[in-house]
Design a binder for this molecule. Structure first.
Ligand code: SF4
Length: 102
């Protein structure tokens, strides 16, 4: 009798835990869209270290033509592999600039 009660309690806790984890993960894990990321500030320490600017003065060399930029090519601000969690200006530039292969 006690064995059946323990088994029932174990199943109740297990099923409840699985349901709770499923609901909790859906509520807590929210995908971050690029548009929600903050713009990289030129005052950011990593930006300063790489001489990042929002407006390139290097002719055709800018974030748009860099192989490290990601995301929607038509967006004015886009993710960059060098500055995770921030968006860089498509017209910007930094010293990590690497031209896209022709
Ligand atoms: S590495 Fe520098 S130049 Fe290239 S996209 Fe990122 S910020 Fe722009």
């Amino acid at each position: 009798m006690k064995n059946q009660s323990s088994r029932r309690r174990f199943l109740q806790l297990t099923v409840g835990g699985v349901i709770g984890l499923s609901i909790g993960s859906k509520l807590l894990v929210k995908p971050v869209h690029a548009a929600e990321l903050p713009h990289l500030s030129i005052d950011d320490p990593q930006a300063k270290a790489l001489s990042y600017v929002n407006e390139s003065t290097k002719g055709g060399s800018n974030c748009n033509s860099c192989m490290l930029i990601e995301g929607d090519a038509s967006a004015a601000w886009r993710p960059c592999k060098i500055f995770p969690g921030k968006l860089v200006n498509a017209k910007g530039w930094c010293s990590a600039y690497a031209p896209k292969p022709a």
